[in-house]
Design a protein around this ligand. Structure first.
Ligand code: SAH
Ligand code: SF4
Length: 342
C-alpha cells in the first residue's frame, strides 16, 4: 500500500484525511505544526500525540517522500545536500551559513538538470530530466531544517534548473514557503536566465520575490556566445521586462554578472554595462567564474575584477562581489551537477 505523504497536504486536506483515519480533527493541527513549525523527523517525536495514534500514522503515512542521499560540509561551513526523490532522481540543495550573520539562506533547486544550456554552467551538462513538483521544492527546505534543527530565514531559487521554466510549481512553492514555513516574500530571491514572458507574468503575481537576472554580458553578441536563451529573448526585450518588473514591485532587481577571463571582463564591457543599466533600478552582483569540469572558460584576473567593480560603482549603483561558497565540495554557483557518484 502506498503511504500518504503528509507534507503534500494543505491543513484542510490533512483534516479530512485524519478524520478518515478515525482520529479527531484537532490532531491535524498538531501534526501540521510538528511538520511545518517544529521540524519533526518522525511520528515518535510528536510527543503530544498519543501512542496508538502515532502507530496508526506510522502504518498509513509518512512525513516526506524524499530523503537525504548525501551530505557534504565545506570548510567554510556551507552544507550541500543531495536529495533523492521518490522516482530515484536526485537534485542538490545548498545551505549557506555565515558565522557573522543571523540569517540562514538556502539555495534550492527547481529542476533535475536544465534545458537552457548556458555554456558556463554544470547543471545542464547531463541534459534535462524533469521539473520538480512544488512539494519537492519545499521539501528541500524541510529536510534541511530537520537535519540541522535550524530555521531557514532566506530562500534563493538559484540551485539547479531554471525556475521560470517550471513556473506553476515555483509559484506554488513560493506560496507554501510563505504560508506554511512563514518565510516572508521579501526574503525570497528568484534567479532567472531571462524568460521574458514569464518575468512579465511574475510581475502580475501577488507574491513577487526579489528578481535576480543572469545577464552576464553587456550586449547581444557576447550574451549569445554564452547563453542560448539570448536567441529567443534578446537583451533588449529582457530589459523591457525588467523595467516592467521595476514598475510593478518598486524594488530593485539584482543583476548577476559572471566575470569570465578575457570574455566579458574588459573595461569596455564595464562601460557598456553601465549604459545598458542606466535606467534600471538595480544592484549589481559580480560573480567570478567558478570552474566547471572540461570547460574552456577562465576565472577573471583579480585586478580585472576589482577594476570592473570600481568602474560600475562610479555610475552610482551598488556593486557587490559574490563570495564563493563551498567550492571545495562543488557547491558554488554553477557547480551543482547533481552527480550521484562523486
Ligand atoms: N537558472 C537560473 C538559476 C540557477 S543558476 C539562472 O540561470 O539564473 C544560479 C546562478 O549561478 C546564475 O546567475 C548562473 O548564471 C550562475 N552560474 C552558473 N554557472 C556558473 C559558473 N560556472 N560560475 C559562476 N556562476 C555561475
Ligand atoms: Fe540553467 Fe541557470 Fe545553469 Fe543556465 S545558468 S544552464 S539557466 S541553471
Amino acid at each position: 500500500m502506498n503511504k500518504v505523504i503528509l507534507s503534500k497536504l494543505s491543513i484542510e486536506e490533512l483534516e479530512s484525511y485524519i478524520v478518515s483515519l478515525g482520529e479527531k480533527k484537532f490532531r491535524a493541527g498538531q501534526i501540521f505544526s510538528w511538520i511545518w513549525a517544529k521540524n519533526a523527523k518522525s511520528f515518535d517525536s510528536m510527543t503530544d500525540i498519543k501512542k496508538e495514534s502515532r502507530e496508526l500514522l506510522k502504518q498509513n503515512c509518512q512525513i516526506l517522500d524524499c530523503t537525504i542521499k548525501k551530505r557534504q560540509i565545506s570548510s567554510d561551513g556551507t552544507i550541500k545536500y543531495l536529495i533523492e526523490f521518490q522516482d530515484g532522481l536526485c537534485a542538490e540543495t545548498v545551505l549557506m551559513r555565515f558565522d557573522n550573520r543571523s540569517n540562514l539562506s538556502m539555495c534550492v533547486s527547481c529542476q533535475v538538470g536544465c534545458k537552457m544550456g548556458c555554456k558556463f554552467c554544470a547543471t545542464g551538462k547531463n541534459g534535462f530530466k524533469r521539473n520538480l513538483l512544488a512539494h519537492e521544492i519545499v521539501s528541500q527546505i524541510l529536510l534541511c531544517q530537520m537535519d540541522t534543527g535550524l530555521k531557514i530565514t532566506n530562500v534563493v531559487f538559484m540551485g539547479q534548473g531554471e525556475p521560470l521554466d517550471n513556473f506553476d510549481n515555483i509559484k506554488k512553492a513560493i506560496y507554501l514557503i510563505n504560508k506554511n514555513l512563514q518565510i516572508s516574500i521579501r526574503r525570497m530571491t528568484l534567479s532567472t536566465c531571462g524568460i521574458v514572458p514569464k518575468i512579465n507574468e511574475l510581475a502580475l503575481c501577488e507574491l513577487k520575490p526579489t528578481l535576480a537576472v543572469s545577464l552576464h554580458a553587456p550586449n547581444h553578441d557576447i550574451r549569445k556566445q554564452i547563453m542560448p536563451i539570448e536567441n529567443k529573448y534578446d537583451i533588449e526585450s529582457l530589459k523591457k521586462a525588467l523595467k516592467n518588473y521595476n514598475e510593478k514591485t518598486k524594488d530593485r532587481i539584482t543583476i548577476e554578472y559572471i566575470l569570465i577571463g578575457n570574455l566579458n571582463d574588459t573595461k569596455d564591457c564595464a562601460m557598456e554595462l553601465i549604459e545598458f543599466l542606466k535606467d534600471l533600478k538595480c544592484n549589481i552582483n559580480l560573480i567570478p567564474y567558478n570552474s566547471v569540469d572540461n570547460s574552456a572558460f577562465k576565472k577573471p584576473a583579480k585586478k580585472n575584477l576589482m577594476l570592473f567593480k570600481y568602474i560600475l560603482e562610479a555610475s552610482g549603483k551598488k556593486v557587490t562581489i559574490r563570495l564563493e561558497r563551498g567550492a571545495d565540495i562543488d557547491a558554488a554557483c554553477g557547480q551543482l551537477a547533481g552527480k550521484v557518484n562523486n
